[in-house]
Design a protein around this ligand. Structure first.
Ligand SMILES: [Zn+2]
Ligand SMILES: [Zn+2]
Length: 126
């Protein structure tokens, strides 16, 4: 049986980042129009690497083109962007920038596809 969310909200664990976190809490997320939302995230291990706050800061990045959130496990593409039009939150990877797999972004001359991981690395699929 799955533990109900309201119980997870009251269970606290210590994450490797050093912070105490609830097993269920909300984190910030941006949609492809750059609008901010709060979404629920359940931690499924007693020994998480990151608390919710560190997760939303370190593991979740934003697409350099649309500004939408990219979560660990999401497909990403690397594109070259004119320096003048690079937003502050864009994440560089080598000479290029990370964009999401939403159609409008990954069709933009992307060169490489992989998956974003929670360690801030890219898992290559090719
Ligand atoms: Zn933390
Ligand atoms: Zn995008």
């Amino acid at each position: 049986m799955k533990t109900p969310r309201w119980i997870l909200f009251f269970i606290k664990v210590k994450a490797d980042c050093g912070h105490i976190t609830r097993l269920y809490d909300k984190i910030k997320s941006f949609d492809s129009k750059g609008k901010q939302h709060r979404i629920g995230m359940t931690i499924t291990t007693e020994k998480p690497k990151l608390c919710h706050r560190c997760f939303e800061k370190k593991a979740v990045i934003r697409c350099a083109l649309c500004g939408g959130s990219i979560f660990p496990g999401d497909f990403i593409t690397l594109v070259s962007i004119e320096k003048d039009s690079v937003p502050k939150y864009a994440v560089p990877y080598g000479e290029r920038f990370i964009v999401c797999s939403r159609r409008a972004c990954c069709n933009n001359g992307g060169l490489f596809c992989g998956r974003w991981t929670s360690d801030g690395e890219i898992d290559s699929l090719v």
